[in-house]
Design a protein around this ligand. Structure first.
Ligand SMILES: [Fe+2]
Ligand SMILES: [Fe+2]
Length: 195
């Protein structure tokens, strides 16, 4: 693993401070996942002519969140419908609040990519897609279809987004889980067959 380093372009905190805060905020397993998402984001950025350093930082912080979700949703202007959902949705959308507060990152593009990483969205920027896909295909991921997901994503980022949404929806439906409306809408845009 190359030594982690983030330029101080997007936060007044130093690279070491961001890394230390991230490490203190999660167990080692999740920290390593974030490092791999960062590295995979960098790779996807290069393939898609996007700022590699920015993508690496967004990937690194994508799972930074704290356990005060309900309080933050109630007091910080979030959609109150979020209270009907759970951590798997909150940690991206509400995670943006913690990233601003603790890591002092205010860049809209980075925050939006974190916001959308658990749900996808109808409109996704290149950075949104990079983080969304890096989270899904980082080298630690192991699920039936992951090799295909990697192949598709490295060939075409948009096709990767479509693949992930279809894959996630089919798993959620198989277990009779609720689907977050934004994910449904995203599926209709990215994953249905173009006739
Ligand atoms: Fe996540
Ligand atoms: Fe993640």
């Amino acid at each position: 693993m190359a030594k982690l380093f983030f330029k101080e372009t997007y936060s007044p905190l130093s690279s070491d401070e961001i890394i230390a805060k991230e490490k203190a905020n999660m167990d080692n397993k999740r920290f390593k996942h974030c490092v791999r998402v960062s590295e995979t984001s960098r790779k996807l950025a290069k393939l898609n002519n996007y700022d590699e350093d920015k993508a690496a930082l967004a990937g690194f912080v994508h799972d930074y969140a704290k356990q005060e979700y309900r309080k933050v949703i109630k007091t910080q202007g979030f959609d109150q419908d979020l209270l009907n959902w759970n951590r798997s949705i909150w940690h991206g959308i509400v995670g943006t609040y913690f990233i601003k507060r603790d890591l002092k990152i205010t860049d809209k593009e980075i925050l939006t990519a974190v916001d959308r990483h658990t749900t996808g969205d109808v409109k996704m920027t290149t950075l949104d897609k990079i983080v969304f896909m890096a989270d899904f295909i980082e080298p630690g991921r192991d699920f039936p279809g992951v090799d295909e997901a990697r192949k598709i994503t490295f060939a075409n980022l948009d096709d990767g987004v479509g693949f992930q949404l279809a894959h996630t929806l089919s798993y959620l439906i198989k277990d009779r889980n609720k689907i977050y409306p934004r994910t449904f809408k995203a599926y209709n845009v990215w994953s249905t067959k173009k006739k």
